[in-house]
Design a protein around this ligand. Structure first.
Ligand code: PEP
Length: 283
């Protein structure tokens, strides 16, 4: 089979940090310190900073993403934000982050419906999956991630009765972040080999859900969990891994500069080897 041409992506999850007066400045500093035409860069600030970050990044090749969307189109959901409200503010969205699964009780069924909302409004979803430490220690990490994907995709498929999504198919835009829960914000990382194994499991789970082998191979799989400029190399050395979802380190300009610089080396090597497609401006 011709190798899948996946982009290299570095996405920043700012979580509940920054505010509308400081976020634009930080985004510009990161954009300026990490300039490269080879890596897709995405910054996901809190909702209230999306406008400031988007304005600050105007004319720069850095995309803006949300950290969540609601599963419904609109309605009596106090304090929530619908995907349609993000049009013009964000072009990506993190969906199913483990902190939301943990703190807000998000289920795979709900997450599948959120994916549909993203596609309805042209948001490119970064779907997070990952096992707990107890799962890994019990040898069921791959089974857990397979199960998450099967349930999310079944829920997404159940939305088909609503007709095709306006923003295209899941096969066109889905990005998956493998984030072992025990590695998030802990300073511990998975090994590159474990992450690569999980990327294969993830693409296998897409095929098991009915995707063609080609479509499954084309889905970028990111690693997330305590990624730093020092740690990123181990993951990008794995051909199955296409970048990172970065939390804590993404608030530090020097760290982001180092992470994206390392990703740029990987992207250049993959481009030369013909296994990566050139980044489209505005990706
Ligand atoms: C994340 O928030 O997705 C994440 C991976 O966080 P951290 O890099 O801080 O572990």
């Amino acid at each position: 089979m011709i190798p899948a041409m996946r982009p290299v992506i570095i996405a920043a999850n700012w979580k509940m940090h920054t505010d509308p007066t400081t976020a634009g400045q930080l985004a510009v500093a990161i954009a300026g310190a990490s300039e490269t035409p080879l890596v897709v860069r995405v910054i996901c600030p809190p909702f209230v900073c999306l406008d400031a970050v988007g304005r600050a990044l105007a004319g720069r090749d850095v995309a803006v993403g949300a950290q969540n969307v609601h599963a419904e189109e609109a309605g009596a959901y106090t304090g929530e934000v619908a995907a349609g409200m993000l049009v013009g503010l964000a072009s990506w969205a993190i969906i199913g982050h483990s902190e939301r699964r943990r703190d807000e009780g998000e289920t795979d069924e709900l997450i599948g419906r959120k994916l549909r909302r993203c596609l309805d409004h042209g948001l490119r979803p970064i779907l997070c999956v990952g096992e707990q430490l107890s799962d890994r220690e019990a040898g069921r990490a791959t089974a857990v991630v397979r199960g998450q994907l099967a349930a999310v995709l079944a829920s997404f498929a159940a939305q088909a009765a609503a007709g095709p999504a306006a923003g295209g198919t899941l096969e066109d835009g889905l990005v998956i972040a493998y984030e072992p829960v025990w590695a998030i914000g802990t300073g511990r990382t998975a090994s590159g080999a474990d992450a690569a194994e999980m990327a294969d499991v993830i693409r296998g789970a897409l095929e098991a859900a009915g995707w063609s082998a080609r479509a499954a191979e084309a889905v970028p799989v990111l690693y997330g969990g305590s990624v730093t400029s020092a740690a990123i190399g181990e993951f990008l050395a794995e051909p199955a891994i296409d970048g990172a979802l970065v939390g804590g380190a993404s608030l530090k300009v020097d760290e982001m500069a180092g992470i994206v610089a390392r990703a740029g080396l990987t992207a250049a090597a993959r481009l030369a080897a013909g296994t990566m497609r050139p980044v489209e401006t505005g990706s």
